[in-house]
Ligand binder design. Structure first.
Ligand code: C5P
Length: 311
């Protein structure tokens, strides 16, 4: 539970931010750019599987200290949270130390954007803690320099994402859905997925007329999205990992309105209109101990910040 121990106008000493996972409801990978990245076009949505970040002000001599409950995640300067904190401090006059505690729940290498969400949460948290008054665009600019998926999280819960990931336009998706996230015991490396996609597809398929039409819209319904959903990473990633295709087929057979690979995987998600169908599907997957299964719903608001620390 979060506890409010101050208000934004008072001097803060700590903030807690909830950093949700994302799913890609549509993911088209377009042409390769001169900088080596790809232009993409995606509709993304946050879901209620969250990491949690506690950021506390400390003595300036302490620098940035990051701790994390996940043993496999480096907590040095290579960590995106560390990089984000350092990027914010570099752009301000504040001489402060930071103690940051990261509680991971979002699996890594899963196509759920956990690291990017943590970085976005760090920027938002420091904007509050240091009372920087930065706009979302300013925060997204800092995020963009650190990773392609980070700007989206500053405009969550749902948005159209284009170019390298930095062109983010919020889009309303009416209503909520239950979401089953099914992750096998392995991850997929994003860089490998891009290479495999380039090696296995013929030409780049341009955006369809339907997707171009969606690009102009401010809102969309879930049934409309379900008919427009696709992910360009499915053929190359399913080609290597047949289990992921089987998970998708099982989700469809269990009544998912939409089942799709998220990002470059390895998570496959199913969207459900009603809770009981989703719970039934969850029970089917729960029998397989090789799989991590998360039962959540789509988020209805932006990243949540509370003042003070959680207990
Ligand atoms: O930016 P991020 O670190 O998430 O990207 C990981 C890798 O995915 C990049 O090194 C690049 O190979 C590939 N990528 C890409 N085009 C994008 C995003 C990522 O080619 N728009």
């Amino acid at each position: 539970m979060t506890s409010q121990v101050g208000s934004p106008s008072e001097k803060l000493s700590a903030v807690t931010i909830h950093a949700p996972a994302k799913i890609n409801l549509i993911l088209r990978i377009l042409d390769r750019r001169p900088d080596g990245y790809h232009n993409l076009w995606s509709i993304m949505h946050t879901v209620g599987l969250e990491d949690e970040l506690l950021i506390k002000l400390a003595a300036p001599t302490g620098g940035i200290r990051l701790t994390c409950n996940a043993q496999t995640l480096a907590v040095d300067q290579s960590n995106l949270v560390y990089k984000a904190a350092s990027a914010v401090l570099d752009r301000t006059q504040h001489s402060v130390g930071l103690d940051i505690e990261l509680r991971k729940r979002i699996p890594m290498g899963a196509g759920l954007g956990g690291g990017s969400s943590d970085a976005a949460a760090t920027i938002i948290g420091l904007n509050h803690l240091l009372q920087l008054g930065w706009s979302r665009d300013r925060m997204a600019e800092v995020g963009q320099s650190l990773g392609s998926d980070i700007p989206f999280f500053l405009f969550s819960p749902s948005a159209v994402v284009a170019d390298r990931g930095e062109a983010v336009t919020p889009m309303t998706i009416e209503g909520r859905r239950w979401v089953l996230l099914v992750k096998p015991g392995f991850g997929v490396e994003t860089k490998w997925a891009y290479q495999e996609l380039a090696a296995t597809r013929g030409a780049v398929r341009p955006l369809s007329a339907g997707h171009i039409e969606l690009d102009q819209r401010k809102s969309i319904s879930w049934p409309q999205l379900a008919t427009a959903a696709e992910n360009d990473f499915e053929p190359p990633v399913f080609g290597r990992h047949g289990l992921l295709r089987e998970i998708k087929q099982t989700l469809q057979a269990q009544g998912a309105e939409l089942a799709l690979l998220s990002g470059s995987g390895s998570t496959v998600f199913g969207l459900f209109r009603d809770e009981s169908t989703a719970r039934h599907a969850q029970a089917q997957f729960a029998r397989d101990k090789q799989l991590d299964v998360f039962f959540v719903s789509t988020c209805s608001g932006p990243l949540a910040v509370s003042f003070g620390s959680t207990v």
